[in-house]
Every structure is written in structure tokens, then in C-alpha cells.
Design a binder for this molecule. Sequence first.
Ligand SMILES: [Zn+2]
Ligand SMILES: [Zn+2]
Length: 390
Amino acid sequence: MNAKDAAREEIEQRRKPLVDLSHRIHAHPELGFEEEKACGWLCEMLDGAGFKVERGICDLPTAFSASVGAGPLHVTICAEYDCLPAIGHACGHNVIAAMAAGAGIALAKVANDAGLTITVIGTPAEEICNAGGKILLLERGAFAGTHFAMMTHPAPVDMAAPPFIAVCQFEVKYTGKEAHASAFPELGINAADALVVAQTAIGLLRQHIRPTNRIHGIVTHGGDAPNIIPAHTSASYMVRARTVGELHDIRSRVQKCFEAGAIATGANLKIEGGDKPYAELVSDIDLAALYQRNGETLGRHFIVPGAEMSRAAASTDMGNVSLVFPTIHPVIGINSLPAVNHQPEFTASCITQAADQALFDGAVAMAWTAIDAASDTKLRARLMSAQPPQ
Ligand SMILES: [Zn+2]
Ligand SMILES: [Zn+2]
């Protein structure tokens, strides 16, 4: 039996435990950096499949690294497993986690014959959009020795090299002064008005930004009672741009809007975070082509990201990985439409038969892509000689 058939058979045999893992993670949603159960279940499964597992790597209690094989080409597969607040696994990271485990286990079976070393890295907290798990793991050396990295993400449709743009998230805090809202309003400093001024300024700014920029946020605290002038308000905002370079520009313009709120009302402004943005994702075109061909062999249909799909760009800390190592981050359809990521209806779609099939197909396509890369002399040489930028 050749390596690709052997890898597929391995995943086929483990279909039930992999689907169980996906559904169990889905049933126990955990927020970023709190993914103790998901991390533990993945480590157990990989340990049972012969991986050397290290838990809590890089001072991140819910990160892990699991390695097997001693071949020359070193592939790293990323497993995400954090959920979203309030709506659970509305981004399908339960499927990502099980897919990564499935691909890793399939490759473990053939690693030495195929010339591969496999590492599955458990990467916490992708949804927080600043200082995500992969950024901290990259900084702290978890990806050292990798020749290429990959993961596959659930979505409404299949794309081998979808667009992902840069993002940063920051927290805004205004401090004013309380006063009786009817009897002594002239003694108050209204921190809620500061937010209104800032949001108005951001609304006006939208005319003057690039069509590729995004600005979105929520008020996390708007006051305590209508008869108390709000002295403490806060908001959480994200800005996005095509690249980290452009992000810097839009971020400073948005922050000026928050300064406007402080100037107009006399409230004090504090902005925290936004210091470790997610970079744009650069897909390795050769690896993406291999993934697509393998996906098509499994009967999947890929769409090409055209003009209207470029509007449908999200962000990921896999982008930061992609600027250091050759990387792919395909998305895989789970037949969710009209539901899309970050909707409760998408949460429900992440444990359907279509999602379970995507788990299987994504795991096989990633395993086959690694085997193809290792057996293609030219591609293997390029991946192995790619030096991380200094
Ligand atoms: Zn996601
Ligand atoms: Zn998401």
C-alpha cells in the first residue's frame, strides 16, 4: 500500500474517535487560554498514537506540542480549539482540532517512509485578535525547525488560498466623574458622551479609509444607572487592513477618534492592547495547489476567491506564522449556508454530517499534501531551504 492510501486508511479507521473528539469539544466550549479540556483530550489522543507530547509549552498552559517521525521534511500542523463568547463553537474550531489530530495521526503511520517529521502544535486563543496563541508560540520558539505549517478551517465553502487580512484589537477606557444626572449635572464628566463622540468621529472617518479597511467594536460598559452621570465606560475595538503596514495607519487614525471623545468631554482616555496584531496571511501557492488537487480527488469543489470573496476576508494569527514559514490555511465547506461563521446557526452546523465529513476530508487532504511535498524533490528542496526572514 502506498503512503497516501495508508494515511487515508488510518483516518478512516479512526473516524469514530475523531468525530467524538470534535463533538466533545463542541459540547464543552472554552474561551481562549482556558481550553483545558480540549487541550487535554488532544494530548491524550496524540499520546495514544505514539506522539511525544509536551503540554503547557512556552508558558502557555493550554498549548502543547506533539511530535513523531524522524524524516528530513518537518511539517507542523496547527490545532485551534478556542470558542467565541456567548455563541460557542461558531467558528468550528472543534473541527479544526480533530482535523489536525487526524492528519497528524495519519502521517505518524507513514512519517519515516515518507521522509517526514510531524509536529502537531496546540495553539490556543485564536479568536482574541491581539497576541493570539500562535504569535506567542512563534516568539517563544515553538515553531523552530519547521519547514512548513498548515491547518484547515471550517467555512461555508472550500477555498485553497482564501484571503486573510491583518487585524488588531484594543480596549478603550474612559474615566469621567459621577454626579446626580438631574440635580448636579454640571459637576459631572460624562464618560458615555466620550464614547458617543468617538463613535461619531469613527463614522465620519469611514468616508476616508481604504475599502479594504475595517473598523468594528462593541461598548463593553456604558454606565451604571441613568440618574448617575457615567464615570466609567469602556469599549473593545478591532481595526483591520490588508497588511500590518496599512494597519498601523488606520489604527492611529481610529485612536485619534477616541482622543476626540476625551477632548470634547474632559474624560480621561486609556487605550490598552493592540500591540501584537495578526498579520496578513501569505499562502504558499505550491502547497495550496497540492491541497486543492487532493481535496478535489476526495470529491470536494473549490471556489476561486474572486472580487466579491475578497470582501469576505477574516483574520488569523496563522498570518504571523505565514510570514516566517511557508504556510497554507485553506477553508473547508461544511454546507452551512445561509449560515456563516460567528453565527449561532454556524455553531449548529459544526457538528452535522457535513462537518464530520469535512473533518475527514480536511485531515486526508492535509496528510496527502504533506506526503506530496515530501516526495516532490524540487518542492521539498525549496521548503527545506526557505530561511525564516531575519
Ligand atoms: Zn476561526
Ligand atoms: Zn472565528
